[in-house]
Design a protein. Sequence first.
Length: 237
Amino acid sequence: MMLVSVVSWKNHISITAISATGSCGRSLAQFKSRACLGNRLPVLRKGTEKSSVVHDSLRLLEWDKLCDSVASFAGTSLGKEATKAQLWSLSQSYEESMRLLEETNAAVEMHKYGGSMDFSCIDIVLVKSAMEHAQRSWPVDGSEAMAVVALVQLAENLQYNLKTAIKKDAEWYPRFLPLSKMIMEMVISRSLGKLIHQLIDEDGSVKDSASPALKQARDQVRVLEKKIFHASPLLRD
């Protein structure tokens, strides 16, 4: 996961980023439009879209390379995509940028405390696929189910670590805001994880004990396989 905040004010842009894998970096880049673009800002001619001029200006500043550099710290492929999309978003208000900055600062504080925010162990693609299938009432395969379990366990660990920190010192709660509020409000379905573990093996295969009918069918298959194995030398002769 990657937390990024971009604060724009007048002709300056401030970027703050922290990676979820524990590697945190803070980069402050200030671009004065006159210094970077020459003697003057681009002139908006009649019929020219303002957004197009802004995008052209950012490309002149090699903003795409900066986006790639910041996104490289994200722990997941979807995190990289989301980071790039957020950095290229030009519709954020100053207040929204400040809110994102507060989230980033809270993540920095959690990192200093030692809270686990490593999302690299989660297969986000499988989790997304499982959610899409569930929304359509389609079957979810074993690998997708185990990816969901890993996500639930990570959320549970985040909540547990936060509660432990607050129990030791109540001052940690406001220091972790607004992330502490988001984490504490998460609804974690432990029964879901327990049910999936009862039905699915770690490798994503369905257990024989998932249902009596499945166990009976697999037992019959094994019996037939043994008969075929013992009969195969006779068939060759």
